[in-house]
Design a protein around this ligand. Structure first.
Ligand code: ATP
Ligand code: MG
Length: 362
């Protein structure tokens, strides 16, 4: 989405979060993709807060450092594809009556005004018609609209340019994640994708060939640590250690962690179920999907490594939930353990990998 001119250039993927910068660059060799470079740079708290850049100079210096210090062959281009915080973006599916292509652009403006709490001069947007199955007749058009507020995009654009980069696509995070996780970019049953990040957790529903719905969930790695610290009366460092070493301790009926996190986990599962119900009741099945019923979920983000979380969600949601393979469209076969980037760590790079795949395809 949000292409700037000249879209035939190679770009690397850069995922900017409140607490980290993640970079992936891919290259093509023969018919295959290869990992060219990757890097992760932690961002100290306070530089970006809830997606808002607070300390521009320091962030610029960190972006330059992360670009310079990537592992692998090094970045050959300044062009990059960027994702921005999901909480700031909107993805909406709208139905329109059949109409001529020239009329669509105008109709979409009306839909945006009606559905999005920002006015047209305040946003960047893009849209695409969801293809119907070959031969299927439909008396309306399904159109996916993606919107990013200018007040979110512009400060990042400015910072990245000042760091010497040339951002040429800004993409909504869930679209990048889906490009990494959904094998072949297509599934015949709707799939739930949950990105459990340091500060934010987002949910996306993917069906057919696209994301149909996105939402935020009330849990994150930070809220897990804060809740454990408060309920178990331990400091946050200790809580982090238990989270990584023991996880949810889900199989243990006496698990203190599970008990401490029960209200947060219950609230999260309730929200997930509500979104599933909303999707199944209100949104159309993708043209090439067998049904609208969600029957599996993939996790990504560092929190997908939280031991016991997949099992917990599997039991509560009643269908299989497991960590996705963010390399599914890059390498053939099982997730690779790349030197310096284990398959567990790669779960944090799902967004950056999806951006990099687009960077190669553009
Ligand atoms: N084995 C593990 N168990 C539990 N948590 C883990 C594990 N490994 C990593 N994490 C957590 O994952 C988080 C980092 O995830 P990720 O890199 O996806 O976040 P982010 O993209 O920087 O944040 P956000 O998307 O919220 O802005 C950290 O909070 C880290 O503690
Ligand atoms: Mg993230």
């Amino acid at each position: 989405m949000f292409n700037l001119p000249n879209s035939s250039i190679h770009g690397f993927g850069i995922d900017l979060s409140d607490l980290s910068i993640k970079i992936i660059d891919l290259k093509k060799k023969g018919g295959n993709f290869e990992l060219a470079s990757f890097g992760r740079q932690e961002i100290p708290a306070g530089l970006i807060e809830n997606g808002e850049i607070k300390k521009e100079e320091e962030l610029i210096a960190l972006i330059k450092k992360s670009v310079k210090e990537v592992k692998g062959r090094g970045l050959k281009s300044d062009y990059c594809i960027v994702s921005l915080p999901e909480t700031e973006s909107f993805v909406r599916l709208v139905h329109l009556p059949l109409m001529k292509k020239e009329e669509m652009a105008e109709a979409i403006k009306w839909e945006i005004e009606a559905n999005i709490p920002l006015s047209l001069p305040e946003i960047y947007y893009d849209w695409r018609v969801i293809e119907t199955a070959a031969g299927a007749r439909q008396d309306y058009l399904d159109i996916l609209i993606g919107v990013l507020p200018q007040r979110t995009v512009d400060p990042y654009l400015s910072v990245l340019k000042k760091a010497g980069l040339k951002p040429f696509v800004f993409e909504i995070e869930s679209l990048a994640i889906a490009r990494a996780l959904v094998p072949g970019g297509c599934c015949d049953k709707p799939l739930l994708i949950i990105d459990v990040g340091a500060k934010r957790t987002s949910l996306a529903i993917f069906s057919g060939q696209t994301v149909y719905f996105t939402a935020s969930l009330p849990i994150s790695n930070s809220s897990i640590v804060e809740t454990m610290s408060e309920k178990l009366n331990i400091d946050q460092e200790k809580a982090k250690q238990i989270k990584i070493e023991q996880g949810l301790d889900y199989k243990n009926p006496g698990s203190l962690t599970l008990r401490a996190l029960a209200p947060l986990m219950d609230e999260t599962t309730k929200k997930i179920k509500d979104y599933i119900d909303y999707y199944q009741e209100h949104l159309p099945a993708a043209p090439n999907a067998q049904s609208n019923k969600i029957s599996s979920a993939l996790l990504c983000g560092g929190g997908a490594n939280f031991a016991g979380l997949p099992e917990f969600l599997t039991e509560k949601l009643g269908f299989p939930v497991f960590p996705g393979n963010p390399w599914s469209n890059v390498f053939k076969g099982a997730p690779k353990n790349i030197s310096g980037l284990s398959s567990g760590e790669a779960l944090s790079f799902a967004t950056a990998i999806g951006l990099a795949i687009r960077g190669l395809k553009e």
